[in-house]
Write a protein of this length. Structure first.
Length: 569
């Protein structure tokens, strides 16, 4: 007779899941066993947070639900940071766990904590299951919540009484709830809203579209819309890769000007969050009209209500706008040309600067020299992952990635290595390069052993400046007599990698980097430990990000907002 654990495994299989990320724990062993019997790869990792990060990366890269299985008590608390990161990134995850057996609840049992209460603030759905009648309905509801069937995507959590897992499940429970794949339904736009959007586009002269999660699966259609409408395009960290880096409509290096001068802003599945100054009129034009496209309230009305909100899938809205020929009647061609020319000049200037840094002598590389070398190893199929503080700031500007993941809006250091392991397992035919700061690398370095054990062919490049460098610059600027806790001991991460069974090399001169990368790509998994200068000041440091301005994420937006508030007082 089928057990409850076997029914759980069968449900996971029915959702098209090929891998579940986990770490051994007695409370969840029955599920482990049944997943293996059902043909699901159970990826055993070194830390529960890494398991959640890996499920997160697989979900982001494949568009399917990611699954992590963690044991009770510290297994769950270790996972919470990863759950929170996935929650803010709106990643479809199913988190499964078990808890203290119900007969011991409230008695001071081993590992007893209120698990559901801990994760409730960072999950779309939370359910504690004690009766086998509720197992399959709870899993279906959790999968629907994670996939965003009726709202935003994000983590969903279900835990079980571990005693129940090994018990037989009544056949009628299974028959009453067949194993069907939960699918996010397509949402088509209301024709009237498309007519209104087309009218707004016709009246505009300087339209700008801003990509969010909804654009990831709409790359070719997005480019068709941009070409037909004449909209300028700005990406975000969650849409990066929807268009190639050399798209004819993208102007990432002049984003502030584009935001400030646009008379129509179209957000495509994108929250008006800190990346977009919360939609503030101090950063966007007071006269700008907003069309907000998305499936959830945070995409449609958060922080600044749209003049038009279209609750629908982004690709269906784009298709409808292309079909009806929506475009400005009198576009400002000079403005468009100026933006494209300015962006092109900025790109050429940056590329020249990176090439100059790459050719410079010295024992430590400028971060742009490292990124320049990585760019030369990237093709259209390469998956690029970035993790860190200082190096992330340089990479956001200089890395020419087609498929891209970084630590997301939660700023969760330590996600890069797990992301890369999962990417290499889920998409083994594609090159995977993870660029990580040395501080961030330390959070999850033991997952290099996971990569070796499972044959995850990823390249890990460590930008090693022996410091928490973005914090170090801030510390020395604000407290010149203190360098408090921001310097790290010199570490040889290549040797650590070798001790874990991976190929490792140390690079200290720009001229040695290209050959080291080539050797590493032939011997994956591999770690290249690159000595990077502490003295280069990152774009985020220059923007005042580390100062934590009160009103916005960067200082100049904060200052503009303050001036606006003062003028209206």
């Amino acid at each position: 007779m089928q057990t409850v654990a076997a029914a759980i495994a069968q449900f996971i299989v029915s959702q098209g899941v090929k891998r579940v990320y986990s770490l051994p724990g007695s409370h969840v062993k029955p599920i482990w066993s049944e997943l293996d019997r059902a043909g699901v790869q159970v990826v055993s990792v070194r830390h529960e947070c890494a398991a959640v990060h890996m499920a997160h990366a697989e979900a982001q890269l494949t568009g399917q639900i990611g699954v992590a299985l963690v044991t009770a008590g510290p297994g769950l608390t270790n996972a919470v940071t990863g759950i929170a990161s996935a929650y803010l990134a709106r990643t479809p995850l199913l988190l499964l766990s078990a808890r203290v057996p119900d007969p011991q609840a409230g008695m001071g049992a081993l590992e007893e904590i209120p698990q559901a209460d801990l994760v409730r603030p960072v999950c779309r759905y939370v359910r504690e299951v004690s009766d086998q009648r509720h197992v399959l309905p709870a899993l279906s509801l959790a999968a629907a919540a994670a996939l965003g069937v009726d709202g935003a995507q994000g983590p969903a959590y279900v835990d079980f009484d571990p005693v129940m897992l090994s018990q037989p499940i009544a056949a009628w429970h299974v028959a009453a709830h067949p194993f069907r794949r939960v699918v996010r339904p397509t949402l088509f736009p209301d024709p009237a809203s498309i007519e209104t959007a087309a009218a707004l586009l016709r009246r505009s002269t300087r339209p700008v579209a801003i990509g969010g999660r909804g654009t990831r699966a709409a790359g070719a259609l997005l480019q068709r819309f941009l070409d037909s409408s004449g909209c300028m395009y700005l990406d975000s960290r969650e849409s990066r890769g929807a268009l190639p880096p050399d798209s004819s409509s993208a102007v990432p290096s002049v984003r502030s000007r584009a935001m400030g001068e646009a008379d129509l802003v179209i957000t495509l599945g994108k929250r008006l969050d800190f990346e977009l100054a919360y939609g503030s009129a101090a950063v966007f034009s007071d006269a700008a009209c907003f069309i907000r496209v998305g499936r959830s309230t945070d995409e449609l009305c958060e922080n600044r209500s749209g003049d038009l909100a279209i609750c629908a899938d982004v690709d269906k809205v784009l298709e409808a706008l292309v079909t009806c020929g929506a475009r400005p009647a009198a576009p400002d061609g000079a403005w468009r040309s100026e933006l494209l020319d300015a962006d092109s000049r900025n790109v050429r200037t940056l590329e020249a600067a990176m090439a100059a840094h790459a050719a410079a002598p010295g024992e430590r590389l400028h971060p742009y020299a490292l990124i320049h070398a990585i760019n030369r190893k990237i093709d259209k199929e390469t998956i690029c992952i970035v993790d860190g503080g200082d190096i992330l700031s340089f990479a956001r500007v200089g890395l020419r990635a087609h498929t891209y993941l970084d630590l997301g809006p939660f700023g969760c250091l330590g996600s890069g290595v797990p992301y890369a392991v999962a990417a290499a397992l889920a998409l083994p035919h594609r090159r995977v390069i993870a660029l990580t700061g040395d501080g961030a690398f330390g959070f999850s370095v033991m997952e290099i052993e996971t990569a070796v054990r499972l044959g995850a062919r990823a390249l890990f490049v460590v930008a090693n400046n022996d410091a928490w460098n973005i914090e170090r610059h801030d510390q020395l600027d604000r407290y010149p007599d203190q360098e408090l806790g921001t310097a790290l001991s010199p570490c040889r991460y290549d040797r650590l990698a070798e001790s874990l069974g991976a190929h490792g090399e140390r690079v200290e001169r720009p001229l040695d980097l290209a050959a080291a990368l080539e050797r590493a790509l032939a011997r994956l998994p591999a770690v290249i430990d690159v000595a990077v200068s502490r003295e280069a000041i990152s774009p985020d440091s220059k923007s005042g990000l580390a100062l934590v301005p009160a009103l916005h994420v960067v200082q100049r937006w904060h200052d503009a907002e303050r001036r606006r508030l003062e003028s209206s007082a």
